[in-house]
Design a protein around this ligand. Structure first.
Ligand SMILES: *Cc1c(COP(=O)(O)O)cnc(C)c1O
Length: 439
């Protein structure tokens, strides 16, 4: 467990987050329950914002809001001086409703619809990151028809692909994202953008992966991108004014991952800033406005999910299942890609862990497991479990599978709590069900 001032065991042996007793939260709001620690989000955003300013200068941290999107989080992010990136009309709508100014938004997506482009342009989104020739053309035509010019970046694939524990440079990029920098696609896209009157190309964007601990991967991406900026300057006589290096900073899930303090996360940005400054000096480029887009690392460790233990099944000699009142409908990451988590018994943190459990969800799928290999005290029905580091890519990927309701999301600070998102009711689940005239 990556403990901190706002995530620790209290004197009564209960887990506390943001000064609130998790057992009391479970009673008050019922379970499953997503809980976010406001101070953690404030602290890490402050660290990112200040480190970028101090180590680099002109730039903006964008919260990659696909990690966790709701009106409240945009409101908080805006207050903390960050912008946000959005990847769909729905995220854009929510961000605007949350009160972020459109100028501070960057719109991504490998297949934006005409309606999404129109919505983005009409809202005055700061930058749209284009990811296809036809998108540049469609967007330019749209802007010309409205007598406006949209700032854009192009998503490129720098041939650096990073994973949690290693990174590789791919020679033959096969990603669905980005124009390849290796085979001429990116140059063609730049030429197209530069000759399109409705758009103004300000720079390139790359995002090399997610849950990456190795800072050299980000440094390598900065190097490759500035190499390419130099090439474009030399060959096309065009110099970019901005650069977006994406997100992907790794966070703590289990003891196999690095345990970073909030301040420790500054190192990702420090390494990127220092490498970039060195590169632009060496290559004689003008200093680009730098965008960075962390998502997971802003909300991941800030969030935990609380459950109540239900049925327990001990298959002698094979494994123990503890089933909880949640599942892949609100915690899909293990079922989707085998993600691992740290799980604790929030109502008796000081009891010795003697058993190994698989934490099963309540959905009708054998693959509906929330976490495997969890060492816990011998569990009883009614125990409260906390799965840690669930703040990113859980609520945002939740579904109504088996017509389960998406649980509420609360924010905690100094022992106080309130809803960020209310839990769904059965009526909410069935709201869109229509009185079909064919029946
Ligand atoms: C997902 C994504 C991010 C954020 O990645 P994290 O791993 O959550 O930090 C940033 N930029 C783009 C374009 C992305 O697709």
């Amino acid at each position: 467990m990556n403990t901190r001032d706002t995530l620790k065991t209290g004197k009564n042996g209960h887990l506390f987050i943001g000064g609130a007793d998790c057992v009391e939260l479970a009673e008050k709001y019922s379970t499953p329950l997503y809980v976010y620690d406001k101070k953690y989000i404030e602290d890490i955003c402050g660290v990112y914002r200040d480190t970028l300013e101090k180590e680099y200068g002109e730039g903006r941290v964008l919260y990659a809001s696909k990690a966790f999107s709701c009106k409240g989080i945009y409101k908080l992010i805006d207050k903390l001086g960050l912008g946000a990136d959005v990847v769909s009309g729905g995220e854009l709508y929510t961000a605007l409703e949350g009160g972020i100014s459109a100028q501070k938004l960057v719109m991504h997506g490998n297949n934006k619809t005409d309606a999404e482009l129109k919505f983005a342009v009409e809202s005055g989104v700061g930058v749209i990151v284009c990811d296809a020739y036809s998108e540049i053309e469609r967007l330019s035509a749209l802007c010309e028809s409205k007598d406006t010019v949209q700032k854009i970046m192009l998503r490129v694939n720098p041939g650096v692909e990073a994973h949690t524990h290693h990174f590789v440079q791919t020679a033959t990029p096969d990603s669905k994202f980005g124009f390849s920098m290796m085979n001429g696609d990116a140059v063609r896209a730049i030429e197209l953008a530069l000759s399109s009157k409705g758009v103004r190309l300000i720079g390139l964007h790359c995002h090399i992966g997610s849950q990456i601990f190795e800072k050299e991967s980000f440094a390598l991406a900065a190097e490759k991108m500035t190499d390419f900026y130099k090439k474009i300057k030399d060959e096309l006589g065009y110099e970019f004014e901005a650069l977006n290096l994406g997100g992907g900073f790794g966070i703590y899930y289990t003891d196999d991952d690095k345990k970073l303090s909030v301040e420790g996360y500054a190192d990702y940005i420090r390494v990127i800033a220092q490498t970039l400054k060195k590169c632009i000096l060496k290559k004689g480029l003008k200093k680009p406005f730098l965008f960075l887009e962390p998502g997971r690392s802003i909300v991941g460790e800030a969030g935990i999910t609380l459950y109540t233990v239900g049925n327990i099944k001990n298959i002698i000699g094979i494994k123990n299942y503890a089933a909880v009142d949640g599942g892949m409908f609100e915690s899909p990451r293990h079922a989707l890609y085998g993600s691992r988590y740290t799980v604790v018994a929030a109502n008796r943190m000081n009891d010795k862990a003697t058993e190994r459990y698989s934490i099963a969800g309540k959905c009708c799928e054998s693959g509906d497991i929330i976490a495997e290999d969890c060492f816990l005290p011998e569990l009883k029905r009614g125990d409260i479990l906390a799965v840690l580091s669930t703040g990113a890519y859980n609520y945002s990927m939740a579904s109504n599978y088996n017509r389960n309701a998406v649980p509420p999301v609360i924010l905690v600070e100094n022992g106080e709590s309130d809803y960020l998102v209310k839990g769904q009711t059965y009526e909410d689940i069935a709201r869109g069900d229509a009185d079909c005239k064919l029946l």
